[in-house]
Design a protein around this ligand. Structure first.
Ligand code: TXA
Ligand code: MG
Length: 331
């Protein structure tokens, strides 16, 4: 059934916390969405990376609904979204390095893990009981508008059922979460298309490759350690199987078998092409939508073969997502 477009003035009669969600509001503006958030609702919103599933980060009741809607393992902490560095500094303790990163990359596709200020009132469910917090200032104008109107920090994982492909359009959000969330702000297609890069400091360590590249960080004169393979799990984006389509995937494919769909990169006879021109930026933007399209073509019978993608710049994050998407799902 097509999602119903609903005027906000029907909200009062359509939304009761604790009751099943019967419709998803898709024609909603920042002020109304902010009011919903403050009432404990789940509001999906566009960022330049992927769509986030937002809840008031100071309300455990609201945040618990995120885990429920996504069926997300509760040991996985969430990123808190705020409109600017001033708001971020009320929640986390910034040292010089963290301020340098914020100055260089905020607003933008970077999340930084920093010591949490307990007095900020962030729900324990957001930090999963850790004494650190992942924090991000997104650049997307509608995310900025929502965060400024909300006047509360917003916890937001990607707006997809846990383990599945991340959403880069409002329709992807609706397809995955209809019946479980109250609203989605439609901001079109996400420009970056890959999740934010996650860094921890002391020492500066890459926890998840993303929209800010290692080269971008090194250009500041900083050196970045890669997270050790056997390190304790701190991010579900670090789970072996994640971002997964239904079909099996075969990576670094230089030929296509009879029972395969080719998810291509560059000048190859692809069924779905990440970038015919071989642009990593274009490939990043299209990655998740292309994986969905290839999955639909593959159906239950075919495997998705994927062309090699160079391991540089955004290619590092693209390969990270592809590797996890290809991993055995029971790993
Ligand atoms: O681009 C993005 O980052 C998107 C948009 C919505 O902002 N959000 C996103 O959230 O990708 P999510 O929940 O799918 O991934 C958040 C990652 C997880 O891998 C989580 O484990 C990690 O951030 N994380 C959160 N808090 C952390 C902490 N205190 N220490 C280490 N990792 C943390
Ligand atoms: Mg995610």
């Amino acid at each position: 059934m097509a999602p119903q477009r609903t005027a906000i003035n029907t909200y009062a009669t359509s939304f009761t916390l604790g009751e099943p969600v019967t419709q998803i509001l898709t024609a909603i503006q920042a002020q109304d969405a902010a009011a919903l958030l403050r009432d404990g609702a789940l509001v999906a919103f566009p960022t330049e990376t992927v769509y986030g599933l937002g809840a008031d980060a100071t309300s455990s009741e609201a945040v618990a609904r995120i885990f429920e809607a996504k069926a997300r393992p509760s040991f996985n902490p969430l990123i808190v979204h705020v409109p600017d560095l001033v708001a971020a500094q009320k929640i986390a303790v910034f040292d010089d390095l963290a301020r340098q990163l914020a100055a260089a990359f905020w607003p933008g596709p970077l999340s930084v893990v920093l010591p949490l200020r307990p007095e900020a009132g962030i729900s324990d469910l957001v930090s999963a009981g850790l004494d650190t917090i992942a924090i991000r200032v997104p650049a997307h104008p509608q995310a900025q508008e929502l965060l400024r109107a909300a006047k509360t920090p917003v916890a937001a994982p990607s707006a997809n059922p846990s383990g599945q492909i991340s959403p880069t359009s409002a329709q992807h959000v609706i397809d995955g979460l209809r019946g479980r969330i109250e609203a989605v702000i439609d901001g079109g297609t996400c420009a970056v298309g890959l999740e934010s890069t996650i860094l921890s400091t002391r020492p500066l360590t890459l926890l998840r490759a993303g929209g800010v590249t290692v080269e971008d960080i090194e250009a500041l004169g900083l050196s970045v350690a890669m997270r050790a393979q056997n390190a304790q799990l701190v991010a579900p984006g670090q789970l072996a199987s994640h971002y997964a389509p239904n079909a099996t995937m075969r990576l670094n494919a230089i030929n296509v078998g009879e029972n395969e769909v080719l998810l291509g990169f560059g000048d190859v006879p692809a069924d779905v092409n990440l970038s015919e021109a071989g642009s990593l930026r274009e490939a990043a933007t299209r990655l998740f939508a292309a994986m969905r399209a290839a999955d639909a073509l593959a159906g239950d019978l075919k495997t998705i073969a994927v062309s090699p993608v160079p391991m540089q710049g955004l290619g590092r994050a693209i390969n990270d997502r592809l590797t996890r998407a290809a991993a055995p799902k029971d790993a």
